[in-house]
Design a protein around this ligand. Structure first.
Ligand SMILES: Nc1nc2c(c(=O)[nH]1)N[C@H]1C(S)=C(S)[C@@H](COP(=O)(O)O)O[C@H]1N2
Ligand SMILES: [Mo]
Length: 160
């Protein structure tokens, strides 16, 4: 009986993490429709399902250096969340918030970058995700407007 009980307890503790919802700390960022009808918590496991894209870009604060960025396309993240609309309100961990027109992600390969120069971004280096524009392939994006839209430490993307 005692053995059966400890076996049961052991099994439950093994299986529980598999069925439990993601803990807040596992969520890199959240994507949702403004009306709350669709949402996706992007965890490392969710991230792994996306096709990763890599390209060279000049990042804000990078002193003009060309860096190799990687991550899923922002439009793929939005479509996986099932959200659509005309604007994305990007909210960051530091309280920074800015609206980004949906056209940006349709017209350009904007990334939810999770790596820079092969290194996974942590919060201290502007991760876990950073909105990055392909500023090397499209020099017209080297502009204060797109620099302001290059939101780092994204916490929430609200689409309406
Ligand atoms: N999370 C977050 N992202 C942000 C900002 C910010 O304050 N917080 N500032 C934006 C603005 S207005 C610009 S111009 C660039 C500035 O980047 P830099 O301070 O590294 O030059 O980042 C953009 N992304
Ligand atoms: Mo700015």
């Amino acid at each position: 009986m005692k053995v059966a009980l400890s076996l049961f307890v052991g099994l439950v503790s093994l299986v529980a993490p598999l069925v439990a919802p993601a803990h807040a700390e596992d969520v890199l960022f959240r994507v949702q429709s403004k009306d709350g009808s669709h949402a996706l918590d992007v965890t490392a496991a969710e991230l792994a399902k996306f096709q990763m894209h890599h390209y060279k870009a000049v990042l804000p604060g990078g002193a003009g250096a060309v860096q190799e960025v990687g991550g899923p396309l922002l439009r793929d993240v939005l479509s996986a969340a099932g959200v659509s609309g005309s604007k994305i309100t990007a909210r960051a961990l530091d309280g920074y918030e800015l609206d980004i027109p949906i056209e940006d992600v349709q017209n350009y390969d904007v990334l939810a970058a999770t790596e820079v120069d092969g290194k996974t971004l942590s919060v201290r280096d502007r991760g876990p995700a950073w909105i990055v524009y392909p500023t090397v392939d499209h020099p017209e994006l080297k502009d204060a407007l797109y620099e302001a839209r290059s939101v780092w430490q994204i916490k929430e993307l609200i689409v309406e």
